[in-house]
Write a protein that binds this ligand. Structure first.
Ligand SMILES: O=P(O)(O)OC[C@H]1O[C@](O)(COP(=O)(O)O)[C@@H](O)[C@@H]1O
Ligand SMILES: [Mg+2]
Ligand SMILES: [Mg+2]
Length: 322
């Protein structure tokens, strides 16, 4: 089986980028080990603190963030990082050539139930003019991302990665510690009968998504003329992994409750890296109003509505917004 390095070289990734990706994955292997120890290591449950977004931090959120932060700061490749668990950007090496944004532990409410969780990351070039503590350099649209991926801590630890030459899936071989290519050039089926959305928020949605979901649930008797099934992992990494493996649509739409929070997911370290992976696998990633990867971020923790997945299903959903 092909090793990660060979695939990255074949995809034309420059050496320094390969070394940075390997650095991130070294941290993820450590997180994978910590996560797998669970209750044995006393790492489950919440801390007494909240992150800048007002969410209670789980112990594993803090541990995973610290592992990634320390590893990236020591690497020398990175000028600064932005993380879900950091209030603002964290300066690293002033001469580093890259910026990394990450969600150190996605779906962390799943930690206590031993269910799917993961790490999401994206990498862009660091502009020469940038001071290493300057958040404005992170405000680049997703089209500027040079590499993105997630590591899923499930029954197997898996990596989904793209450097813009297709999306590839790797599995961590724990017998020797390397990520091996287990599915190259993933292609998401264009059509699907599966959707993922948190319907408990339905009364807060806007009219177009209300109508779209109503029509899905109407099944063969409704305007879509087929029966749909529903899945919800409550961890974006789990839901997107399923979409990459067998198609589907994953939506976290605009929510009328709080106009300052247009959707739950964060653009820089959740929506954009997943959008890149989905597009590189032949799917679509949209807000309902346009392509996610073309949105110009206004702040590092910005939230955004998301519709991701099988091409024809995302187009069908989008048509309700017209
Ligand atoms: O089930 P809910 O509460 O609607 O939210 C689920 C969503 O929230 C998230 O867990 C947010 O991620 P974090 O755990 O990193 O905060 C997504 O992964 C997931 O899609
Ligand atoms: Mg998350
Ligand atoms: Mg998180």
């Amino acid at each position: 089986m092909k090793r990660l390095n060979s695939q990255l070289q074949q995809d034309g990734a420059p050496l320094e980028l390969i070394l940075l990706i390997r650095t991130i994955l070294a941290a993820c292997k450590e997180i994978s080990f910590r996560v797998s120890q669970g209750a044995l290591a006393g790492v489950l449950g919440s801390t007494l603190s909240e992150n800048v977004q007002g969410e209670t931090q789980k112990k594993l959120d803090v541990i995973s963030n610290q592992i990634l932060k320390d590893t990236l700061r020591e690497s020398g490749y990175v000028k600064a990082i932005s993380s879900e668990e950091e209030d603002t950007v964290v300066p690293c090496n002033p001469d580093g050539n890259y910026l990394v944004s990450f969600d150190p532990l996605d779906g962390s409410s799943n930690t206590e139930i031993n269910s799917l969780i993961g790490t999401i990351f994206s990498i862009t070039h660091a502009p020469q003019w940038m001071k290493s503590d300057d958040p404005s350099a992170f405000l680049q649209p997703g089209t500027q991302i040079v590499a993105a991926g997630y590591v899923l801590y499930g029954p197997s630890t898996m990596l989904a990665m793209t450097t813009g030459r297709g999306t590839h899936l790797y599995t961590l071989d724990k017998t020797h510690g390397g990520f091996l290519l287990t599915q190259g050039n993933v292609q998401i089926p264009e059509d699907t009968e599966e959707f993922a959305i948190n319907t408990s928020n339905q009364r807060h949605w806007e009219e177009p998504i209300q109508q779209y979901v109503k029509d899905l649930i109407a099944g063969v008797e409704g305007p879509r003329k087929k029966d749909y099934n529903m899945r919800w992992v409550a961890a974006m990494v789990g839901d997107i992994h399923r979409v990459l493996c067998r198609g589907g649509i994953f939506a976290y739409p605009f929510d009328k409750r709080n106009p300052k929070m247009p959707g739950k997911l964060r653009l820089l370290y959740e929506a954009n890296p997943m959008a890149f992976l989905i597009e590189q696998a032949g799917g679509l990633a949209d807000t309902g109003q346009g392509r996610i990867m073309e949105v110009m971020p206004e702040e590092i923790h910005q939230r955004i509505p998301t519709l991701l997945g099988s091409k024809n299903e995302v187009l069908a959903c989008k048509s309700y917004y017209k």
